[in-house]
Design a protein around this ligand. Structure first.
Ligand SMILES: CCCCC/C=C\C/C=C\C/C=C\C/C=C\CCCC(=O)SCCNC(=O)CCNC(=O)[C@H](O)C(C)(C)COP(=O)(O)OP(=O)(O)OC[C@H]1O[C@@H](n2cnc3c(N)ncnc32)[C@H](O)[C@@H]1OP(=O)(O)O
Length: 206
């Protein structure tokens, strides 16, 4: 019994609960994404730079008193928002979520630039990893940890072009869930594919 009591807090992941937010929350997250895009795009003269710094410091002062622990912030817990409202996640929107698989659509933005107009290679594992988390959740498996995640980069990943990522569970063996996914453009061309092993945590395991 003690194990069950502590399972939600100390073993594995806690039960995931969606968050209710004010309408302005999604707008704020999008405005912050725009700031991220600009932060990696601009070359500002000194006066604009000073103004941007002062305004950013003011924003930090507005937000800072409201910091709450993990699981209390709505970030990442608003499924209808791009990236579930988390700035870390790619701003993609889930359009299919069931045991057959999960499909999500979106674009890589200027913030995700690697070089020569292509998305940074490190952003693809982030996209796939989060999709795999959702995929196994939709399949009815407990939230698990990624043991490995393999990406094949088949074509350059373009910025600002609508893309679609789709994953499904391939097999389950005890604690192990094997999942794979593809990233395609709207013409159905394969840009990347990925497969991963997710391992269910044991009670008491962080
Ligand atoms: C629109 C609707 C939206 C709704 C939203 C609602 C809910 C949202 C739900 C979910 C949230 C969504 C998304 C979540 C987001 C993403 C999930 C990402 C998860 C992560 O991103 S998490 C961070 C990265 N991750 C780590 O930080 C892992 C560090 N690591 C460890 O924590 C351990 O390493 C662990 C636990 C993996 C295993 O450790 P362990 O001691 O428990 O188990 P052990 O080693 O015995 O392995 C057991 C069996 O797996 C095999 N095995 C293990 N590793 C292997 C490998 N690499 N290759 C091949 N086989 C492997 C063994 O060979 C054995 O196999 P066998 O049983 O057959 O012998």
């Amino acid at each position: 019994m003690a194990v069950d009591e502590h399972y939600n807090e100390h073993g594995g992941f806690p039960k995931f609960e969606t968050a209710k937010v004010e309408p302005e929350y999604g707008e704020l997250i999008e405005a912050l994404r725009r700031v991220q895009d600009l932060a990696v795009s601009v070359d500002m003269p000194a006066d604009a730079l000073k103004a941007a710094l002062a305004q950013t410091q003011q924003l930090v002062a507005t937000m800072e008193p409201h910091v709450v622990p993990e699981r209390k912030t709505p970030a990442g817990r608003v499924p209808r928002l791009p990236g579930r409202g988390s700035l870390l996640m790619l701003p993609w929107t889930v359009e299919k979520f069931d045991a057959d698989g999960v499909r999500s659509r979106g674009v890589f933005r200027r913030f995700h630039l690697g070089g020569n107009g292509a998305a940074h290679g490190g952003t693809l594992p982030l996209l796939f990893d989060d999709l795999f988390g959702l995929t196994q959740h939709a399949y009815g498996r407990p939230i698990s940890r990624t043991a490995y995640l393999h990406v094949n980069y088949r074509k350059i990943t373009p910025l600002n072009q609508p893309l679609v990522v789709e994953g499904h569970v391939d097999k389950v063996e005890g604690r192990k869930t094997f999942i794979s996914a593809t990233l395609k453009n709207e013409d159905g061309e394969l840009i990347a594919d990925s497969d991963a092993l997710m391992v269910q945590l044991l009670p008491g395991q962080q």
